[in-house]
Design a binder for this molecule. Sequence first.
Ligand SMILES: O=P(O)(O)OC[C@H](O)CO
Length: 386
Amino acid sequence: MKNGEVFSWQHGNRFHLSVDGPQFFPRILQRIDEAERSVDIELYLVEDGLCAERVIASLVAAAERGVQVRCLFDGFGCLKLGQRSRQRLRDAGVDLRQYNPLRLRLKFRNLHRDHRKLILIDDTWCFVGGAGVTDEFWNPQQPENHWHEVMVEVSGPLVADWRRLFETQWAQCLKRRVWQMPLPQRLPKIPARPDVRDGAGRVAYAAARQHRDILYSLLRQLRRAERRIFLATPYFLPTGRVRRELMRAARRGVEVRLLLTSRNTDHPSIRYAGQRYYPRLLRAGVRIFEYRPHFVHLKMVLVDDWVSVGSCNFDHWNLRWNLEANLEAVDAQLSAAVAHSFECDFEQSREIDLQRWHARPLRQRMYQRLWGLLDRLVINIFNRSG
Ligand SMILES: O=P(O)(O)OC[C@H](O)CO
């Protein structure tokens, strides 16, 4: 894979959406248990616990029966994966690499993280989505307690492109400066959305500031939206361009709905900072839903029948520092499943309207002001430093 390469659409793929850990983890484990040649995993969050215990047991069993198992974990995201677990994997012959382990001398470059969530099994299956291997996503003893997340299982020619993305990062993370791809001379040309109903899929990715086809592709879809835009993210700090396109779409009559976190979140400060965007969005006609039953961790967008799902929160932090990867798809069955998932979630959410917004308590206003100011300050500092 060349630096800055943009993936084309691949046809003839099959997709299966699984909602929440209790659905997708057993499916992933079954595929790993059936693997014959290789299992390759690239993940941000991996932590000791019951979920990791099950995944490690399957990986160890696969390695011991001769399957090549490679794990690329983010150096920050896997800090809570203990030495015992790592040794267990290594003893079984699993090849374990870390992306950008934390080091004092790296200073701000420690912020570069591999945020992708990708599991490849043989050259047959690929799981893409927003999950990590932690008990928050799946606790086999308490399956009802989980973060709300999705994974899509992909089979077909597209799996080869996911493999190319993985192989590139697998090789690159041995280099000293893993974050340092050259900045592109011009913006990548995003392949046009295919004029088909089924089976089309594309790998969209980001590599810090150096490559952002995942963002440009979203912006293009938002600009062309005709009927609906449903967007879910746990950390709602969208770039200015994303916000503007959402508002423009709503003003021209597109149904724009956001699925965001309620108080049920792991980072209340980010929720407060993002809420400063609510009034303008609401005035433009964007509908905002805060999901209550669980922490909504999923990163998923539906624009008409175009789907994008994966690791990217489409916020300025992710897009500045992280490696990200999303599946883009045009497939009637997948978009129906995604639309259904959104509709169920909207029903279990509290819709925020302007009246409710203006009646919010003073304490909430103060937190919003404080975290909003801090967020803006940090963006300005980094934007000035280039
Ligand atoms: O970075 P994300 O979106 O995968 O979420 C990770 C967890 O929220 C860390 O607290």
